[in-house]
Design a protein around this ligand. Structure first.
Ligand code: HEC
Length: 123
């Protein structure tokens, strides 16, 4: 009797352990918070204005434009400069190499949204 109770306690303990391992796995490794409405607006701008080069490389540029998703969560830009809002803003406004200037193409709110998106980790 006593042993049976102990066995079922062990079973419960191992179930709890499995459940918490699963939770840590899901939350710790794969969970990213949902995007804010500002980040969603930025994602839309990114998809329309940036992704055809930076994702699809539809102009077949060589070298291919770098992957810049979540760039503001990294330490450095692809060229090695610190990854700051200001640096990305300058590149978007001035262009760089084969990347055209987007001066006058975004309102301040849109620029903020784009930067917020580049600071997110979309699923
Ligand atoms: C016509 C293609 C094209 C489009 C559209 C484009 N880019 Fe680029 N982008 C490039 C290329 C090519 C580079 C590499 C430039 C270089 O290093 O000479 C680049 C580089 C960058 C870099 C990294 C620069 C560095 O020095 O590390 C950032 C950040 C960037 N682009 C942001 C954007 C954003 C944001 C958009 C949309 C608003 C965008 N780009 C749209 C072609 C494009």
């Amino acid at each position: 009797m006593h042993r049976a109770r102990q066995r079922s306690k062990n079973r419960i303990a191992s179930l709890l352990c499995a459940a918490s391992t699963t939770a840590v796995f899901l939350l710790g490794c794969h969970y990213s918070p949902p995007l804010t409405s500002q980040q969603i607006e930025g994602q839309h701008l990114y998809n329309v204005r940036c992704e055809h080069c930076h994702g699809e490389n539809d102009l077949a540029l060589k070298p291919a434009p770098p992957d810049i998703r979540s760039i503001l969560l990294r330490d450095k830009l692809p060229d090695g400069a610190p990854a700051t809002d200001l640096a990305v803003r300058r590149i978007v406004l001035n262009g760089k190499g084969k990347m055209p200037s987007f001066a006058g193409r975004f309102t301040e709110d849109q620029m903020q949204a784009l930067l917020a998106f580049l600071r997110s980790r979309p699923n």
